[in-house]
Design a protein around this ligand. Structure first.
Ligand SMILES: [Zn+2]
Length: 419
């Protein structure tokens, strides 16, 4: 317990430090984005008390623009553009200056043209069409001329003064309608703020063994590296173990439930009787659909203290597992990030895809949960790679990228206040 408490305090300090980072010259995309979000939050808090000057709205939108300018290829860009456009629109609706409408339309157009795969594209199109000037010139360029005569119809939203008394935090921009199939978590705008990372095995259970490398030791090192990455980015992270100790399988999802985690990620390394088999696969909790997945679950479940008498409960838990869709989408991101992140160092890596099997370590987790098999310890080349800090860091970075992608995908459905 004490190491966990100490870690929590350390993480809180790290998160506090990372929120100051936006101003630094070499700030990362994550730092700039967090700084922009903090600025927006402050602006909305102030707007609830008194009118906020137009220049503050523009500065807040500009903070999102700087993420785009300085890190145009980062995963934060479409998110930044969307939030920046929403701020510019809000400024336009309050002050009626066409330049802010033009800013919003420019940011929305950039999402559509430069980030065609972004989940924001349909919403950006929709909002851009609603932000068209009423007297629309034949070319889009007309929108940028501020000296247009009074439009035939009033703009869609008349600039209105901020409410005189607004005790609670206000959400001045109604979220645009959400299109397409969107999961409940996304519909509700639930973010993933806390993650429990579970390094498999430990103590008397070394897990799978390869040439001079054990699963338990390797996944612990990867989990500690991942913890550092997440904590630095301001994500609340808890590890199920921080040393070479045995934690029963059933206790691991219980830790996630106790911590009220939003995500549970169990890290493992695969084994096969066929030495040439290599690569990565990601699992969600369900009944197995192929014999390989069954074998993996049997091996990973080997240390359970549960007996056959608890089988009906496990079956029931699987059948009632309500987070399957969310788990699948998280598993897809984990799998994609691992393949993309590891292939540069492991050209022959096989993408085994997202699979399902009845893992005890995932039973009872009431949040989206994924078990990642990040390599085959029985493959000589991958065993050699797993011994190097560089490859372990690569795995941690890939898992971090997956968590970030998942957070961004959750935020993308609706523009909601963060708290
Ligand atoms: Zn394992």
């Amino acid at each position: 317990m004490r190491p966990n408490l100490r870690a929590t305090v350390l993480l809180a300090l790290l998160s506090a430090a990372s929120s100051q980072a936006g101003q630094r010259a070499g700030a990362t995309a994550a730092e700039l984005y967090s700084a922009a979000v903090a600025r927006e939050d402050a602006l909305h808090a102030a707007a609830g008390r008194a009118p906020v000057p137009l220049k503050d709205y523009r500065a807040a939108a500009n903070a999102y623009d700087s993420v785009v300018r300085r890190h145009p290829t980062s995963g934060y860009v479409d998110d930044a553009l969307w939030r920046g456009a929403a701020l510019a629109r809000e400024a336009f609706e309050r002050y009626g200056d066409d330049r802010d409408r033009a800013t919003a339309r420019r940011m929305l157009a950039l999402i559509v043209s430069d980030y065609p795969l972004s989940p924001f594209v349909p919403k950006a199109r929709d909002l851009a069409s609603r932000l068209q000037p009423a007297a629309q010139a034949p070319t889009e360029k007309g929108a940028e001329k501020p000296a247009t005569p009074a439009p035939a119809q009033p703009p869609p939203a008349v600039p209105k003064p901020p409410p005189a008394t607004a005790p609670a935090a206000v959400s001045p921009v109604p979220p645009p309608p959400v299109r397409g199939p969107v999961s409940l978590a996304r519909q509700l705008g639930l973010g993933a703020a806390k993650i429990v990372v579970d390094p498999g095995h430990g103590g008397h259970d070394p897990g799978a063994l390869g040439a001079g490398v054990s699963e338990a030791e390797t996944v612990l090192d990867i989990a500690l590296r991942l913890e550092t990455l997440l904590a630095t980015a301001g994500v609340d992270v808890v590890l199920t173990r921080r040393s070479d100790e045995f934690v029963p399988l059933e206790k691991r999802p219980a830790i996630a439930t106790r911590e009220q985690a939003d995500l549970f990620l169990s890290i493992h390394i695969n084994a096969s009787r066929v030495q040439s088999v290599r690569g990565v696969e990601s699992y969600v909790l369900n009944f197995a659909t192929d014999s390989n997945a069954e074998a993996v679950a049997a091996r990973e479940n080997a240390s359970t203290e549960q007996t056959i008498s608890s089988l009906p409960e496990i079956v029931k838990a699987i059948a009632l597992h309500s987070k399957l869709d969310e788990s699948r989408s998280f598993a897809g991101l984990v799998q994609r990030a691992l393949v993309a992140g590891l292939r540069p160092a492991n050209k022959a890596l096989t993408d085994h895809g997202v699979k399902q099997a009845p893992f005890v370590v995932l039973v009872g987790a009431n949040m989206p949960s994924v078990l990642a098999e990040v390599a085959f310890i029985t493959n000589p080349q991958e065993a050699r790679l797993l011994k190097t800090p560089a490859y372990r860091q690569r795995i941690a970075q890939s898992l971090f990228d997956a968590v970030r992608s998942y957070q961004i995908s959750l935020k993308s459905a609706a523009l909601l206040p963060r708290r």
